[in-house]
Design a protein around this ligand. Structure first.
Ligand SMILES: *[C@@H]1O[C@H](CO)[C@@H](O)[C@H](O)[C@H]1NC(C)=O
Ligand SMILES: *[C@@H]1O[C@H](CO)[C@@H](O)[C@H](O)[C@H]1NC(C)=O
Ligand SMILES: *[C@@H]1O[C@H](CO)[C@@H](O)[C@H](O)[C@H]1NC(C)=O
Ligand SMILES: *[C@@H]1O[C@H](CO)[C@@H](O)[C@H](O)[C@H]1NC(C)=O
Ligand SMILES: *[C@@H]1O[C@H](CO)[C@@H](O)[C@H](O)[C@H]1NC(C)=O
Ligand SMILES: *[C@@H]1O[C@H](CO)[C@@H](O)[C@H](O)[C@H]1NC(C)=O
Length: 491
């Protein structure tokens, strides 16, 4: 196998598919399906463990179907969902653990979050004793002992089965199982808030497809991309636990996420999309994307190793920890876009709270600023446009459309009721001022301070307004976030 990293398996597979036409792919899938089917028939009919009427007796003997036989979700239980109702399952691998550990520890809360890191083999002695700052580890069952699977799909089957193995740990009082990769960071408080909107007693499969048209067409537009993280309600995880292995036998599918989507479809469940999960099937500088986040709580970021560090001048893990500092202070505003204008100089300020500010020397409406600047590249190097599932803006060296870019420098909580986030200029813009709106250069602005209320969280899905304050110190500008007034128009 060329790579042990679960997240890059998808990459490898995806890149290799690009050379195969769809027809060839379908044909080879059909043929390998037939081969696999015959194999199973032979395997299960002859294997000593499988002589009974059900080929899954083995699982029933080894694991109870439900963590407690008496467990029935309380339908009348109307208490709000909190973090302790979620069990996390993280798919990792021993070979990459040393390097991915810091990404998991950036969001994992020891003694608070419940869940497990699943590894392909037991940790080597240099990782013992296992750190308390990480999720407890479990070793995945050896799928080669359960199925006669092609060596190329072993890792994919291992990843797909992790949700079921997580379920079989038998945790109690669980409403949701949330799965993620080892190069995913999750924003837990937003995740709780979003999941709390849904009825955990129903069958729910919540996640998001890819940013790239090509990735979705290669796999499925209706599939939760696992790296972005996805959630299954307790009863759906229970149903999957009884069905998944049988389903794996039905479909010779080469991708864990597609396999899961296919098996859930057989159960009758379709994906519910939540915009805050981010697979990040992107390459390069994703600051344009993160500076125009959808109007929805930020839930995850994936592919941290395949993109540039999200903050210039910081390495990847330091960048993630820097963003996490903002998330800890105010998860509700994290990456949320707020737009306001300084009419005196015809400037537009677009804040992505806790991350960046784009300052334009022209007045642009929200519909324009909501489109991410295409600072990034699509996942697949030989994809053809349209690349993305959303509209973008191009960088054209136009002084009226190209922003001055500022990134989060520091966060402080004042003694009072304010949070001050300070954003520092990344670099000179190296363009003349925007002539059509009056030649008001913003080059002298080196820092922008944003004032937001402490302890008053932004309502999920709502948008806020702001005011730009005129400062005597011309190198620093202040922006104050506030609730929009009734009927306030930003244009
Ligand atoms: C979460 O809610 C349950 C009730 O469903 C409660 O018993 C528990 O203490 C809460 N946990 C936290 C951390 O708030
Ligand atoms: C977690 O709990 C254990 C046992 O209660 C305790 O010894 C340990 O210090 C706690 N760890 C953290 C990081 O709070
Ligand atoms: C990343 O930067 C941090 C802070 O500067 C440093 O402590 C850490 O060792 C760096 N990590 C790597 C992998 O270079
Ligand atoms: C702002 O720009 C408009 C044209 O878009 C221009 O007519 C107006 O004079 C400018 N205002 C200032 C203060 O420069
Ligand atoms: C802006 O400056 C340019 C060159 O200095 C000039 O040609 C143009 O008329 C100016 N625009 C305004 C609106 O003053
Ligand atoms: C303006 O602010 C900058 C950055 O905080 C500082 O370096 C500079 O001394 C200030 N200038 C004045 C005149 O206060």
């Amino acid at each position: 196998m060329s790579s042990e990293k679960p997240s890059s398996i998808t990459t490898t597979i995806q890149q290799s598919i690009q050379h195969v036409s769809l027809g060839t792919l379908c044909k080879s899938m059909a043929i390998s399906g037939l081969v696999l089917f015959l194999f199973y028939t032979v395997l299960f009919n002859n294997h000593p463990y499988y002589q009974s009427s059900s080929r899954f007796t083995l699982f029933k003997l080894r694991w109870p179907l439900y963590p407690k036989d008496t467990y029935t979700p309380n339908i009348h239980n109307k208490t709000p969902t909190n973090l302790s109702h979620i069990v996390f399952g993280v798919v990792g691998s021993m070979n990459t653990w040393r390097h991915k550990r810091s990404y998991i520890e950036a969001w994992w809360r020891p003694n608070v979050t419940r869940g497990y890191l699943f590894l392909d083999r037991p940790p080597t002695p240099d990782f013992q004793p296992w750190p308390a700052s990480s999720p407890p580890f479990r070793v995945n069952e050896d799928v080669t002992k359960l199925f006669k699977v092609n060596y190329r799909v072993v890792t994919q089957v291992r990843i797909a089965r992790t949700i079921v193995e997580t379920f079989r740990q038998g945790d109690e009082e669980v409403r949701w199982y949330v799965m993620a990769d080892d190069d995913t960071v999750l924003f837990l408080d937003n995740l709780v808030e979003v999941l709390a909107k849904y009825d955990h007693n129903k069958y729910l499969y919540i996640g998001k497809n890819s940013e790239c048209v090509r990735s979705n067409s290669d796999f499925s537009f209706d599939m939760a991309f696992g790296g972005a993280g996805y959630a299954l309600s307790y009863p759906l995880a229970a149903a999957l636990a009884t069905e998944l292995d049988r389903c794996i036998g039905r479909y010779p599918i080469y991708s864990s996420d597609l396999l899961l989507q296919t098996c859930l479809a057989d159960i009758g469940v379709a994906l519910t999309q939540e915009k805050g999960f981010h697979q990040i099937d992107l390459h390069g500088d994703i600051s344009g994307f993160l500076s125009a986040h959808p109007q929805s709580p930020a839930l995850s970021l994936h592919h941290i190793d395949t993109i540039d560090p999200i903050f210039p001048f910081k390495n990847r893990s330091a960048s993630i920890n820097h963003l996490m500092k903002a998330a800890e202070v105010d998860h509700s505003r994290l990456l949320q876009q707020t737009i306001c204008y300084q009419r005196r100089s015809n400037w537009s300020f677009s804040t992505s709270w806790g991350y960046s500010i784009h300052l334009y020397e022209s007045i642009h409406p929200r519909s324009f600023l909501r489109r991410p600047l295409e600072t990034f590249k699509p996942w697949s190097r030989n994809a053809r446009p349209p690349f993305y599932m959303f509209n973008t803006r191009w960088l054209r060296n136009n002084p009226c459309e190209e922003p001055h870019v500022f990134f989060l420098e520091s966060i402080e909580k004042t003694g009072g009721d304010q949070i001050i986030t300070t954003y520092a200029r990344a670099s000179p813009r190296n363009l003349p001022p925007c002539s059509s709106s009056g030649n008001h250069s913003a080059e002298a602005i080196s820092k922008i301070r944003v004032f937001s209320p402490a302890g008053v969280y932004k309502e999920s899905g709502a948008v806020e307004c702001c005011d730009v304050e005129q400062m005597t110190n011309t190198s620093v500008t202040h922006v104050k976030l506030r609730a929009c007034t009734k009927g306030e128009i930003i244009a």
